[in-house]
Design a protein around this ligand. Sequence first.
Ligand code: MTE
Ligand code: MO
Length: 386
Amino acid sequence: MPGEPFNAEPPRSALYRSYVTPVDLFYKRNHGPIPVVDDIERYSVLISGLVENPRKLSMKDIRALPKYEVAATLQCAGNRRTAMSKTRKVKGVGWDVSALGNAIWGGAKLADVLELVGLPKLSSSTKSGGKHVEFVSVDKCKEENGGPYKASIPLIQATNPEADVLLAYEMNGEAERGEEKLMIMRFHRRLYSTPKDHGYPLRVVVPGVIGARSVKWLDSIDVIAEECQGFFMQKDYKMFPPSVDWDNINWSTRKPQMDFPVQSAICSLEDSNAVKPGKVTVSGYAVSGGGRGIERVDVSFDGGKSWVEASRFQKTGIPYVAGDESSDKWAWVLFEATADVQRSTEIVAKAVDVAANVQPDNVEDIWNLRGILNTSWHRVQVRVGH
Ligand code: MTE
Ligand code: MO
């Protein structure tokens, strides 16, 4: 349908096969038509608002800053929404468990960019007076009445180098295949860029925070006195309790969702898959927000009565992240567990992050009208037959 936003997720069986999600398997979430920014010579990002020296930065200016590569999982707040809708209907795009992906983002740190306009780098103990940094995009959407998609993050996070917020011009160090690659080569003679669907030529990546704040196709940055007043900050992507529905909602009572909670899902099995009796191995992903890495993943082969600890696999090729030994605090871990299964059962996964946060067991308890943050234990029904 022309003009309809393009949304897509890979089959879950494709997702857990590689630690770094290939660009063509990376979910795509758009609120308007995908804009094509192809005149890189003229492309610039205006940085203004509460700054001493407002400035227009070209791609060349941004590329001249130190380049960082950060392994970060981007997850849509609506991931696993379809399952939440089964108990009581929610509003929003339906997603299975694959509205997320793990990429190696390459680009300049926002903290370095903001220093160019006179904003000093902050440590987490410095106050920034509640100011926010707003990202305004090139694409237009109906929720903003034809205006641009936008979002903001606190200045204290934006100017903290350790928050690893990037203006990314590379995704997995490669461009997308086929036509897109040709287009990039033709116009820019460079292979490396963030591909078109994911924000080419420049997108924000806010590690550990719901995908909605990682604005694609960046047009300008404003430093503002309070959080962005746009639709997606104020009238969407907020977490309400199960008692709030469309007839009694008061949007101003809640803050915009930022960090995502601990999450996991089984990817190697779908509901009603048949397996042979004997050893069954399940695989999937686990990830937490706010830089809280994964401590462990528990898997149950009897509907949650007993648990085994899963093992992790695939941790090669992770780039070094300054100041972080483990280098993967923003990234998912892939897990695997095996057990002997003799009859039909429910297989369950739940993850625990380094702050000992655990996923809630039932989706009913975290039901919310927008269907966001379904992080309940992931359950898969399997049939065992000879
Ligand atoms: N940025 C712009 N400009 N327009 C959008 O519609 N969608 C947001 C975010 N940034 C969006 C955007 C949402 S809700 C998500 S989950 C992520 O982008 C999806 O990023 P991806 O398409 O690269 O996976
Ligand atoms: Mo999203």
